[in-house]
Design a protein around this ligand. Structure first.
Ligand SMILES: *Cc1c(COP(=O)(O)O)cnc(C)c1O
Length: 247
């Protein structure tokens, strides 16, 4: 999956991407078939963090219409060079409250709302612009200390509190499970997440429209689809390995 020859012509990039996209698409279709689910139930979100604007544009021209970025600053820096017509952009990385005003109105969905404070910042910025921002509640399904995301036990309370804010619409939930050794382990986390999602969706909280369950990345999107994911966030399997990031 190593990036082949960035020769600047774009041709190698395009071939590289086309092959990766074909492979990922086939794997998604196979997982959907194995789960007895229609392919249309699962959205492929291309995670473009650290990816150069030219390559992102190639991906868009190949038909990828949903992209995910982790960092507000990085996305805003690349944004003017991207061909975003008809493309939905999702913020999937942790949102610092002081960055909310910078990103609201520039992305279609914020997937990483993990506290009432973050939600309030987004709500406030949205109200100021007169818009409604779609958000997902990020849940730390493995209860890992170092990871962002609300605790599963707090999810319901958070959902009610966020739903009550003006300028925000809760569209569902997102999770990044712990690194697992086996498919069985990771499926157990995804399954727990699906249950939590259904529990909260079934409360039919006012002002929510719980139709997105965002889970599964390059290494585990098959397992996530088997357990009910409606959106897989795939970076490495499409764009190749990233240089190590400094958080
Ligand atoms: C980077 C990232 C991804 C994509 O990870 P890959 O393993 O490269 O597919 C998905 N979700 C989140 C929240 C990420 O930060």
């Amino acid at each position: 999956m190593e990036r082949v020859s960035p020769d600047g012509s774009g041709a190698a990039d395009r071939r590289f991407l086309m092959e990766n996209l074909k492979r990922v698409e086939e794997a998604i279709s196979r997982a959907c078939a194995d789960a007895g689910r229609p392919r249309e139930e699962v959205t492929l979100l291309a995670v473009t963090k650290t990816v150069a604007p030219e390559l992102i544009n190639e991906a868009i021209s190949l038909g990828l219409s949903e992209i995910g970025e982790n960092r507000v600053q990085e996305f805003l820096g690349k944004r003017d060079q991207l061909h975003l017509e008809g493309v939905s952009v999702h913020l999937i990385g942790h949102l610092q409250t002081n960055k909310a005003a910078k990103i609201v109105g520039r992305v279609d969905m914020i997937q990483s709302i993990d506290s009432l404070r973050a939600a309030q910042a987004v709500a406030q910025a949205s109200q100021r612009l007169g818009l409604t921002t779609d958000v997902l509640l990020e849940i730390n399904i493995g209860g890992e200390e170092a990871k962002s995301g609300a605790a599963p036990e707090e999810a319901e309370e958070l959902a009610y509190a966020v739903a009550a804010l003006e300028g925000i619409r809760v569209r569902g939930m997102m999770t990044v499970p712990p690194v697992c050794d086996t498919e069985r382990q990771v499926r157990a986390y995804f399954s727990r997440m699906k249950k939590l999602f259904i529990d909260i969706r079934d409360k039919k909280i006012d002002n929510t429209c719980m139709d997105v369950l965002s889970m599964g990345m390059s290494s585990d999107f098959r397992e996530a689809i088997l357990e009910g994911s409606t959106m897989v966030r795939v970076g490495t399997a499409l764009f190749g390995r990233r240089a190590p990031q400094h958080p």
